[in-house]
Each structure stands twice: as C-alpha cells, then as structure tokens.
Design a protein around this ligand. Structure first.
Ligand code: NAP
Length: 197
C-alpha cells in the first residue's frame, strides 16, 4: 500500500443524479439548506480551493472561518479578504501542498484534479447526489462533471454508508491503494452524521 507523503486532499460536490450537473450558468440549480449546512460543518476551519467563477459566486466573495485559495490565470486578481484569501495561478502548487485542502469546484477545478492519475488526485471524495428536479427557471448552460464521476468510479472505493437527507444522498470514497489519514476521514463522517438528526 502506497503511503501519501502530503496532507489530505478532499473533493466535495453535490451533483444531480441523472446527468451529473453541478450548475446552470453561475448557479447551483437546487436549494437545499441541509446541503449548505453539511458543507459548512465539513469545511469550517479548513483550507478551501475554488476556481475564480465559484469564488465569485460565494456571498460577498467569502466563506467565514475558512482560508480560500482561488485558482485563476489572472495574476492581478483582487480578492475580497487578502488576509485569508490567496490567489494561485498554477495548479501544480497543490501537488506539494503542506496542509489539508477541500476542493470545492467548480467543474473546471474538479476536472483538473480528477482526470488522470496524478499527485493532484484527491485522497477522499465526498459525493453528494441530488435526487430531485433541477430548477426549471434557471437560464444558462448546464455544467456537468460526468468525466470526474467516471474517474471516481474507476479509481475510488466507497467507504461509508449512504446518508440520505432532504433528497440528497451523501457517501464518502477514498482512492484505491493509498493510505488515507484516518483522523480526517473520521472528522468528515462525524460532520456528516452530526446533521442527520
Ligand atoms: N454543485 C456543486 O457542488 C458546485 C460546486 C462549485 C461550483 N458549482 C458550479 O460550477 C459552475 C462553475 O464552474 P466553472 O467550471 O464554470 O468555473 P470554476 O471552475 O469555478 O472557475 C473557472 C476559472 O478557474 C480558473 N482556472 C481553471 N483552470 C485553471 C488553471 N489550470 N490554472 C489557473 N486558473 C484556472 C479560470 O480562471 P480565469 O480564466 O478567469 O483566469 C477559470 O475561468 C457554476 O455553475 C457553479 O454554480 C457547483
């Protein structure tokens, strides 16, 4: 078994069950408050990675109590909170990242981390699947992560039960044949279960 010599990378998303859509235009096409609460519990106090478009979609371009790394090609990009938000121009920065990081989208970022086997692959994936209907009023292009789900199905194994709440089924996967830091896994499962009551 290969042992990772870097800290834990965790990908977290919520995708639609039929087509793996995660967004329409700039928006997430459902509103499930327990999903936001779960994301908040799992990521509070952690480092988050977001693509520039996803960062722009956070209310006031921030997530309280988290450090945010924004991936953008724009070297002059201005963040909303320079003490806690950092601009990264090259994804390779995350190959040797020295702390845990939670990869929070959007699609282009998930695809960078989940396309070919590489040092960028997350150790853990929190796969939330929305079983309801998409908001029919939203206009814009559908954004899906089917290629990432195919990669996950081929290279990851499910290590949790299915947690079902408010039309969303959440399960946790880890990458095949690697050592995963058990304290991180335990913290994630606890954060999921805390919201189930
Ligand atoms: N359901 C969910 O769980 C979830 C989570 C997050 C987001 N979303 C949805 O996902 C959609 C947004 O996804 P998206 O793919 O359009 O945007 P995105 O991934 O959030 O951001 C795209 C931007 O990231 C930067 N970028 C991408 N690759 C890069 C690289 N290799 N190096 C440096 N910068 C790079 C580029 O910035 P520049 O080219 O501008 O410099 C690019 O425009 C929205 O619909 C959002 O609501 C859904």
């Amino acid at each position: 078994m290969e042992r990772t010599n870097y800290m834990t990378k965790v990908a977290i998303w919520c995708r639609h069950k039929d087509d793996n859509v995660i967004g329409i235009g700039p928006n997430i096409p459902w509103h499930v408050s327990s999903d936001f609460q779960r994301f908040k519990r799992i990521t509070s106090g952690q480092n988050i990675l977001a693509g520039e478009r996803t960062y722009e979609s956070f209310p006031n371009r921030t997530l309280p109590n988290r450090k945010i790394f924004i991936l953008t090609f724009n070297q002059d990009y201005q963040v909303s909170d320079p003490e806690n938000h950092y601009v990264v121009n090259n994804v390779d920065f995350f190959k040797e990242f020295s702390d845990d990081i939670y990869i929070a989208g959007g699609a282009s970022i998930y695809k960078l981390f989940l396309s070919t086997p590489s040092k960028l692959n997350p150790d853990i994936i929190i796969d939330c699947v929305y079983m309801g209907d998409l908001n029919p009023e939203l206009k814009g292009e559908k954004v899906d992560i089917t290629s990432c789900i195919d990669f996950m199905k081929k290279n990851y194994i499910k290590v949790s039960k299915d947690y079902e709440q408010d039309d969303i089924v959440t399960s946790v996967y880890i990458k095949n044949s690697i050592f995963v830091e058990q304290s991180v896994l335990k913290r994630i499962i606890t954060a999921i279960e805390e919201g189930m009551n």
